[in-house]
Design a protein around this ligand. Structure first.
Ligand code: TPP
Ligand code: SF4
Ligand code: MG
Length: 315
């Protein structure tokens, strides 16, 4: 058996959960393979990895990959991921979210996770639509494109997910597409190795809920669009503005070093406990807390006695 098949067996749940629920030609299988290859290359123990998702077709991924997995609520993958990471800082935590999951219902969580810089990775599978629920337009549906809730074309303008992540403070931001499958695993690998909050946006195809409605002829036609309309970051600046229209950049878009949240928080705690005044203050707070608890207990006992006294009078 080849090494890659061995790895696939080790990191997937083929006997329990396959075949997947995904439609033939869906980009999600490519994203999942890229994720598995990236984790395999990083070489982290599979029990030291947690993959978290919200809801949607993308949200099904934790069923198929054999790490610690959480399939949570719509828009809250990053909240659960934050909990996992704070409880277990040595864990490699990866949240996999659809565009609706990450940027509509989870938009608030997304921007604050970017700002907070906790050492975890967010993979946003951007298929420009709510795939699972049948094609409602999402915050990344391009202007003019159709969805079941925009039958005459979307009048809104789409988020640029990567630009949003950079603006909100994410310290590693990259983008690619499912057509560029090998680039996808290289970027996920870099994102996992980055110390801080990393975002990888993967432009994906949903022929069932988006492609058909927008005059693509097949899933392959959508992959062709990705090939022809993406530009490596290094070539973008040389492109005249009129040739940029409707295209997206791919590669590492932004990378910087900033103190990681858990390290910064721990360091602050160490600094405070080294200050005698801070120790004194914590002691005062705990004493006040104990005294208050005593007062409440006594009040409770008294009201219990009064209740039973009233009961006795009635009989
Ligand atoms: C709180 C809540 N609101 C709405 C839904 C219905 N719902 C399920 S999946 C989904 C959209 C999924 O779109 P996206 O996140 O882009 O994932 P995709 O299916 O495209 O991968 C919605 C609105 C839900 N499950 N929970
Ligand atoms: S509905 Fe779209 S996103 Fe969902 S599995 Fe089918 S092709 Fe993929
Ligand atoms: Mg989607």
């Amino acid at each position: 058996m080849s090494r890659s098949i061995e790895k696939a067996r080790e990191y997937l749940r083929p006997t329990k959960k396959f075949p997947t629920v995904w439609c033939p030609g869906c980009g999600l299988g490519i994203v999942q393979s890229a994720l598995v290859r990236a984790i395999s290359r990083v070489g982290v123990e599979k029990n030291a990895v947690t993959v978290v998702s919200g809801i949607g077709c993308t949200g099904r991924m934790p069923a198929y990959v054999d790490f610690n997995t959480l399939h949570t609520t719509h828009g809250r993958a990053l909240a659960f991921s934050t909990g996992v990471k704070l409880a277990s800082p040595s864990m490699t935590v990866i949240a996999v979210m659809g565009d609706g999951d990450a940027l509509a219902i989870g938009g608030n969580h997304f921007v604050h996770a970017c700002r907070r810089n906790i050492d975890m990775t967010a993979i946003v599978v951007n298929n420009s639509i709510y795939g699972m629920t049948g094609g409602q337009y999402s915050p990344t549906t391009p202007h003019g494109k159709r969805g079941t809730t925009a039958p005459y074309g979307n009048v809104e303008h789409a988020f640029d997910t990567a630009a949003l992540a950079v603006g909100a403070g994410a310290t590693f931001v990259a983008r690619t597409s499912v057509y560029h499958a090998q680039e996808a695993d290289r970027l996920i690998e870099k994102a996992i190795l980055h110390r801080g909050f990393s975002v990888v946006e993967i432009i994906s195809n949903c022929y069932t809920s988006y492609g058909r409605m927008n005059k693509y002829t097949s899933a392959v036609d959508m992959l062709r669009w990705m090939k022809e309309n993406s530009v490596p970051v290094s070539a973008w600046d040389k492109l005249p503005p009129e040739k940029r229209e409707g295209k997206f950049t791919r590669g590492v878009i932004s990378e910087k070093e900033l103190p990681e949240f858990i390290e910064a928080y721990d360091e602050q705690g160490r600094r405070l406990t080294r200050t005698p005044a801070a120790v004194e203050r914590v002691r005062d707070i705990l004493t006040a807390y104990d005294e208050n608890a005593d007062r409440l207990r006594v009040a409770d006992e008294r009201s219990g006695e009064a209740e039973s006294g009233r009961g006795e009078n009635k009989t």
